[in-house]
Design a protein around this ligand. Structure first.
Ligand code: TNX
Length: 502
């Protein structure tokens, strides 16, 4: 059997011998009826057309002829070929792909599964003699290991504009990641315009670490990002970080400080010095406005309230502030996500059994593991972001021109060769998934951002998607060079790690 290029590695793949499916002018995408499927079909047609250099039509009647990429919805996971006992959240993204010399057929129970399959189809593409493209014949049956496969982008320390966010979303689509977490606020800047609190972006939208790129998203910009992500079946999880990391908010609204006086803007990179105050009359209305409006703007299920690195606050006050924010989100129908520090105060004991599970994001391997395990025992689900593996703002080695080092150097193999079930003493069902993080204290340009993301983001994507038994460093290292042409074509900077035979 031939070697599979598909990344992340699928659950089941057979690459077949025999003639590939040559893509020629006249190729059609045959879609099932229904707006969601047709939207995936249009996206697939546009991607294939761009790659091949001719227009690809979308049609909804299958005449059975060749030269077609077929998207087909079926009613049950078993009709896809997926195991009957697979969790519904995983089955939803499962798919089957079959490529013969005349057709590629993608089968799934949802549009999300179809788009994951469409990207698998694209990864089988090879150049043929006439300079065109062909798809390699194969059968793939696949589904994700974890429901949450994320990337957190810190757009607060430096602003990342809509265009660059879309480029990141394109990359996430290719590697089947499905959550974009936007860290929208921090000491150095506030990046989302809110009608209820216009001073936030007016006073703090134009600052960034050390005079770096600043700016903010208008409501329309944010909706554009959310819509672009949704078309790719990627959820946007916005984060407003409280009760620490709030200098940008205090700078905009002085009544959030005990003196009533707004502190100056902050453009350094220290953490832990700013905080809200539970006993000030302005604080509760601020939390209500911000989280209420954020929830309204966000169609997705989850909203992140931060909660990290609050030094010098009485634990009762911390609990009160975090729980106030959490209750505003719950009242708006959202599930709460928080950094691991909130594990001491969430989920609340009286949160009913029907409330959506709180998600605790574990990042700091130096401390707090027991609190996370205890929160999981109270019903939380855990999102794994162990810094020594998936903090993609860490330098690869001492020569990396940008990045921090507090969690050590993180080479490609570090990001790849770890087992999520071994990070904390948890059952598999308590782990919702894996999320990489790109903090931007040292990042000034899009090139620097992609240098840090590539190739490590691909490694994390495989940890999150591929079955444990399908993961193998040598196999991954052999597949990775096959990905570089697509990065080069997209004009993305990447790190030529010496661990890979490029
Ligand atoms: C820790 S991770 C932080 C961030 C920094 C990051 C730098 C977390 C919840 N807090 O504020 O940007 O380290 O690596």
């Amino acid at each position: 059997m031939q070697h599979s290029p598909i990344t992340p590695a699928p659950v089941h793949v057979e690459m077949h011998e025999g003639p590939p499916f040559a893509l020629r002018d006249g190729l059609r995408v045959v879609s099932d009826e229904g707006a969601e499927v047709v939207s995936v079909a249009l996206l697939a047609a546009a991607r294939i057309g761009r790659g091949c250099g001719f227009p690809v039509a979308v049609v909804t009647d299958d005449d059975g002829r060749g030269d077609a990429v077929v998207l087909r919805l079926v009613a049950t996971p078993s009709a896809v070929g997926l195991p009957d006992d697979l969790a519904p959240e995983l089955a939803a993204e499962g798919y089957r792909v079959e490529i013969t010399d005349r057709r590629a057929t993608i089968t799934a129970t949802t549009a999300a599964g179809l788009i994951r399959g469409a990207l698998t189809v694209q990864q089988t593409a090879v150049r043929i003699d006439d300079g065109g493209w062909a798809l390699r014949p194969c059968v793939v049956v696949d589904h994700p290991r974890f429901a949450w496969r994320g990337l957190s982008l810190d757009v607060a320390r430096r602003f990342i504009g809509v265009h660059d966010v879309k480029t990141v979303l394109n990359l996430m689509t290719v590697y089947k990641l499905n959550v974009l977490h936007l860290h929208l606020t921090d000491d150095q800047g506030w990046r989302l315009q809110l009608a209820s609190r216009p001073e936030l972006t007016r006073a703090s939208g134009g600052t960034a670490v050390e005079g770096g790129p600043a700016g903010f998203y208008t409501a329309a910009d944010y909706a554009e990002i959310v819509g672009y992500a949704a078309a790719r079946h990627i959820a946007v999880v916005p984060e407003v970080d409280v009760p620490g990391h709030v200098n940008a908010a205090l700078h905009a609204y002085g009544d959030l400080t005990p003196t009533g006086e707004a502190p100056p803007e902050y453009t350094g990179i220290d953490v832990g010095f700013s905080r809200l105050h539970a006993d000030l009359p302005a604080t509760a209305p601020f939390l209500g406005d911000v989280f209420g409006e954020l929830a309204t703007m966000t169609p997705g299920h989850h909203v992140h309230l931060g909660g990290d690195e609050v030094t010098s606050m009485d634990p009762d006050e911390y609990a009160l502030l975090v729980r106030t924010a959490a209750r505003h989100l719950a009242a708006a129908g959202k599930a709460v996500v928080g950094w691991q520090e909130v594990a001491s105060v969430l989920p609340e004991a009286d949160q009913g059994p029907d409330a959506p599970a709180v998600v605790i994001q574990y990042w700091d391997e130096r401390t707090g593991a027991q609190e996370v395990v205890d929160a999981a025992a109270r019903g939380a689900r855990v999102l794994l972001s162990p810094a020594s593996r998936v903090y993609l703002d860490m330098r690869y080695d001492e020569h990396t021109p940008v990045g921090l080092e507090w969690a050590g150097h993180v080479e490609v193999r570090d990001s790849y060769a770890w087992e999520p079930l071994e990070v904390l003493p948890l059952d598999a069902a308590q782990i919702i998934g894996v999320e990489a993080a790109l903090w931007t204290e040292t990042v000034q340009t899009a090139d620097q951002m992609f240098l840090l993301l590539l190739p490590r983001l691909v490694a994390v994507a495989e940890v999150a998607w591929s079955a444990a038994g399908r993961r193998d460093w040598d196999d991954f290292a052999a597949r990775l060079p096959g990905q570089r042409a697509s990065w080069d074509e997209a004009g993305l900077t990447w790190y030529p790690s010496p661990q890979i035979a490029w």
